[in-house]
Design a binder for this molecule. Structure first.
Ligand code: BDR
Ligand code: CA
Length: 318
């Protein structure tokens, strides 16, 4: 049997966050140590409640730690118009019975990095506020984290928020993204453009949601609004799931078919570009290529990991 992977998931659930969390919990060789919760898609009150509810639905006892309720410097707009006012499609679910842990998310990150030094993988599915705080408290944190995978950015400027080249997670808290991406020596990035490039035909994905499992039932309900919104406003025939793709890169690194290692900075000032990931594609700056950008992932393996998260049998090998 393969070695157990200890995973810390920082997240702002969020419909695609939910799918990524389901995927991680479905893997027999993964131990999810904690969900640390950020504000982002909706406010912290909702993202914490959604995390607790999702775990309760699938019967997981993963501890949940609440983090920062606001970005480090400037207020930011949420994405309730995509994920629903409560972030989980406004389905009116019953209150979760489980409670959040008393420890702050940033402190839990530091503590768990000591307890699982050299082993733990951090996957960041929301704005980077909690990790920026943890890293400011303890600059030695990267030495104990085996791998950092971030969903964020739009590496050639095709973003998904009103400021055209900006992606939601880096745009929500640019200062946090700057702190993490300028101080972490080496990280993996799964950006919005990779998300679009790995979108799935709805003719394939819709039947997965109809599967008769606890996870698929719940995910189908909470994602209905988002899927309708995607059909109305984007490509009606394809379904994009950003955080699920980042989680796939964590769970199956061998299924990544192409990486590009480049220097990367965050724009903090531009009126139209604040929060942009500025990639030095031609490597003219001489700066260290600290971002390993995921360009291509095996589509069959991606589909397989999503299906296992929804409780379906797996097709592809690996
Ligand atoms: C990212 O923004 C959020 O709306 C999603 O959950 C994902 O993390 C995509 O830009
Ligand atoms: Ca997210």
């Amino acid at each position: 049997m393969s070695k157990v992977l200890p995973l810390l998931i920082d997240t702002d659930p969020g419909v695609d966050d939910a799918l990524a969390i389901l995927m991680a919990h479905a893997q027999p060789n993964v131990r999810v140590l904690a969900l640390t919760i950020a504000a982002g898609n909706v406010g912290l009150r909702h993202t914490v409640r959604n995390a607790l509810k999702l775990l309760e639905v699938i019967g997981a006892d993963t501890p949940v730690f609440a983090g920062a309720a606001v970005p480090l410097v400037r207020p930011a707009d949420d994405a309730a118009f995509v994920h629903g006012q409560d972030g989980f499609g406004d389905i009116g679910y019953l209150e979760p019975t489980r409670s959040v842990e008393p420890e702050h998310a940033a402190s839990a990150m530091i503590r768990l990095s000591h307890q699982h030094a050299g082993e733990v993988v951090f996957v960041m599915l929301g704005p980077l506020t909690n990790l920026a705080i943890a890293l400011s408290l303890d600059p030695s944190l990267p030495e104990r984290v085996r791998r950092l995978v971030i969903m964020g950015g739009a590496v050639t400027g095709r973003g998904n928020v009103a400021r055209i080249p900006v992606e939601f997670n880096t745009g929500f808290d640019p200062e946090a993204a700057h702190i993490v991406m300028s101080r972490w020596p080496q990280f993996d990035l799964v950006d919005w453009e990779a998300t679009l490039a790995h979108s799935i035909p709805v003719a394939d994905s819709d039947p997965w949601m109809q599967f008769d499992s606890v996870a698929a039932h719940f995910y189908r309900a909470i994602s209905r609004k988002t899927r309708d919104w995607m059909r109305r406003t984007r490509d009606a025939d394809r379904w994009a799931a950003a955080d699920a793709l980042a989680m796939a890169a964590v769970l199956a690194p061998d299924a990544v078919q192409e990486w590009a290692e480049r220097p990367l900075s965050i724009e903090l000032d531009g009126a139209l570009t604040r929060g942009t990931t500025v990639v030095d594609w031609w490597q003219r700056s001489g700066a260290p290529a600290q971002a390993r950008i995921m360009m291509r992932f095996d589509p069959a393996r991606f589909a397989d990991l999503i299906k296992s998260g929804l409780g379906l049998p797996r097709d592809a090998s690996g």
